[in-house]
Design a binder for this molecule. Structure first.
Ligand code: DPM
Length: 357
């Protein structure tokens, strides 16, 4: 193509940075926001956005937790990265497995937006809360994590799977008479510009959030030093540490999107707090614990030869390494504590029951 003269590969000259994205509106908005941040940091660079559909976008009639493929929304995009067709891909961090296929890394975790879940009500229930919805009202979510916690807390409600991208779900809520409300991530609602539909924000006592929820991750080729360097400017250190702890917790529990696992994290006065829990499918059985660790490390970065060590898939050279180690150990420690109290049995039963449904 004439005019497309930017050198490819590791050319030292200016190159066009090709950004892969899923086609859904939310994915496009997320990608555009990351590209806008990169453009602001590097006014001289050019970016090209390449949209593609993924398995997760194509299979619309099956609950996410039943498809079983971990890299549902990421595989096709990773293939494009591998084939050098794109240089970076923007994902919701919570959709990225805690173990990435070899050759890929999360080169940036952007500042987290709201990690909480939110309830969107059918217009006829505007102004209500989950507690005040009528007996046997049907609430749509295909997240086992949300259904388990909320079923326990609100036994008068029924939870039913709802699939499709955010536009489809909102349309199903408003147009069908099937659902009284649906549960969505507040961050997704906000990014779509639908704040006005946010009827109730679910705080941790009602529903803890998913690992990585509300944060965007930028996936790159692990060996592409140029792009890794370029995107690392986007890392938000506090978000990185929280998400390393959360992902280490999930990874050590061997949980995925097919089991009800939820977390809550905070950083205060140099301490990282991690609360994590596991639930049976109906929420009747559960375990929840909190641990903390110091992540107060002087801004010493300890650059070293093995600096590209990936912590739960994340490469964050500009975040102090001792703090990353502390965060990862905190996640492992909390998972070990819960496993010692019987988390394995709860998760195994949840997994079996879900597979049998
Ligand atoms: C994952 C789950 C869901 C998404 C499972 C969970 C929700 C599925 C559902 C792993 N990915 O949260 O327990 O409700 O049926 C997804 C959304 C976002 C990223 C939408 C949402 C936007 C928020 C973000 C789907 N992935 O959760 O409402 O960036 O964190």
């Amino acid at each position: 193509m004439p005019g497309d003269a930017a050198p490819k590969g590791n050319g030292q000259k200016m190159r066009v940075i090709r950004v892969g994205t899923r086609k859904s509106q939310l994915a496009r908005i997320q990608t555009d926001s990351v590209v806008a941040m990169l453009k602001a940091c590097y006014p001289g660079l050019q970016f090209e956005i390449i949209a593609m559909s993924t398995t997760g976008d194509k299979i619309l009639d099956t609950a996410l937790s039943k498809i079983g493929e971990k890299s549902l929304f990421t595989k096709e995009l990773e293939q494009a990265l591998e084939r050098n067709e794109v240089d970076l891909v923007v994902h919701s961090l919570k959709d990225l497995p805690t173990v990435l296929p070899p050759g890929f890394t999360i080169g940036a975790v952007c500042k987290r937006e709201s990690p909480y879940d939110a309830v969107v009500f059918h217009p006829k229930h505007a102004g209500k809360t989950l507690a005040t919805l009528p007996e046997k009202s049907v609430v749509g979510t295909s997240s086992l994590r949300r259904a388990a916690q909320l079923q326990r807390k609100f036994p008068h409600l029924e939870f039913k799977s709802i699939r499709g991208n955010l536009n489809t779900r909102l349309r199903k809520l408003d147009e069908l008479q099937e659902f009284s409300a649906i549960i969505l991530a507040a961050a997704g609602l906000q990014r779509m510009g639908w704040q006005s539909r946010l009827g109730q924000l679910l705080l941790p006592e009602d529903c803890m959030y998913a690992v990585g929820q509300g944060a965007l991750g930028v996936e790159v080729r692990a060996k592409d030093q140029q792009v890794l360097e370029l995107v690392s400017i986007l890392h938000d250190p506090e978000t990185v540490l929280r998400c390393i702890a959360e992902r280490a917790f999930l990874r050590h529990l061997e949980g995925g999107c097919s089991v009800p696992v939820a977390v809550h994290t905070a950083v205060q006065d140099g301490q990282l707090y991690l609360t994590g829990g596991v639930w049976s499918l109906d929420g009747s059985d559960s375990l929840r614990e909190t641990m903390q660790a110091s992540v107060r490390c002087a801004a010493q970065l300890e650059d070293g030869p093995d600096d590209d060590i990936q912590r739960v898939g994340i490469t964050a050279r500009n975040v102090p390494r001792p703090a990353q180690v502390a965060a990862e150990n905190l996640g492992i420690g909390l998972a070990t504590l819960l496993l010692g109290k019987g988390a394995r049995a709860i998760l195994d039963v949840a997994r079996q029951l879900n597979d049998a449904r």
